[in-house]
Design a protein around this ligand. Structure first.
Ligand SMILES: Nc1ncnc2c1ncn2[C@@H]1O[C@H](COP(=O)(O)OP(=O)(O)O)[C@@H](O)[C@H]1O
Ligand SMILES: [Mg+2]
Length: 254
């Protein structure tokens, strides 16, 4: 079989040309990076978990009417997605202060925000993905006014869905990052949710204990990242079969 064409290799994923025009195969690597790739490691099994978790969230969001790039999972590490023209923004939704926001405003991490806050970073690793105001986005044409409105509306719907799903399994959704892309119906662009939704791109805290179940475990050396992601997948009932350890002992039924 001919080697398929690699389109892009990023920090966490590789994109290959898909089987049909307009499709891409997204491969989830085990690589973990933080602080703009200053800190790096390979975390066994992370890619498998993120492939499953992103499938789970994208499918759920699709079911409530949010258009996404997800088509189908192909295997343990790969999923087929719609090729999109990525809007060069990291769209961040925050429910509680954490990370850069907590630092910037001198707030204690975990402080409940008065309402969900949507903010934007310009997607450019060499600049460290700087926070940008809407004015920049419009002036530089990264997105137009109508698109920006749709992006905020969709981001807040994603937040409601994700917060609810997480709350149901005892997890607080502190914040998350998503990306959007354009697909074309003829010459008319339509926005879809792209990239991934996984514990790499969310902050997830256990409601009872406050334990972190996301990439901060890696960023801050808090323990085993695979264990944390496995716990999220287990609670959501989406553990890949080869990672589960079913009790194979006979069960007494009386
Ligand atoms: N549906 C899509 N079509 C085209 N590009 C996409 C799509 N979804 C995600 N991407 C892009 O693919 C890349 C995914 O790989 P990743 O390792 O996350 O890269 P990066 O290091 O740039 O964040 C990202 O640059 C992301 O913007
Ligand atoms: Mg990325």
């Amino acid at each position: 079989m001919a080697r398929r064409k690699k389109l892009y290799e990023g920090k966490a994923k590789v994109l290959y040309e898909g089987p049909e025009p307009g499709t891409i195969v997204q491969y989830f690597k085990d690589d973990a990076t933080a602080f703009n790739a200053e800190k790096k490691d390979v975390i066994d099994g992370k890619g498998v978990l993120n492939n499953r978790l992103s499938e789970f969230f994208m499918t759920g969001l699709g079911n409530i009417g949010i258009p996404t790039h997800f088509i189908k999972r192909l295997n343990m590490r790969e999923q087929l997605i719609k090729a999109a023209e990525i809007v060069p923004l990291e769209v961040i939704v925050r429910n509680y202060a954490a990370g850069s926001m907590a630092k910037r405003l001198g707030m204690e991490e975990g402080t409940r925000l008065p309402r969900p806050i949507v903010e934007f970073s310009y997607k450019d690793d060499s600049l460290g993905d700087p926070l940008v105001p809407e004015e920049y986005i419009l002036a530089f044409g990264w997105a137009n006014q109508q698109e920006l409105g749709e992006i905020v509306d969709m981001a807040l719907r994603v937040n409601d869905y994700m917060s609810g799903v997480m709350f149901g399994v005892g997890i607080k959704l502190i914040d998350f990052k998503i990306e959007f892309g354009r697909v074309y119906d003829g010459e008319f662009p339509r926005l879809i949710l792209a990239d991934e939704i996984s514990p790499d791109s969310c902050r997830l805290w256990d409601i009872e204990t406050g334990e972190k179940l996301d990439k901060d475990v890696f960023r801050r050396d808090l323990g085993n990242l695979t264990d944390a992601y496995t716990e999220v997948a287990r609670r959501l009932g989406v553990l890949p079969s080869n990672v589960t350890h079913p009790n194979t002992n006979p069960t007494l039924i009386n």
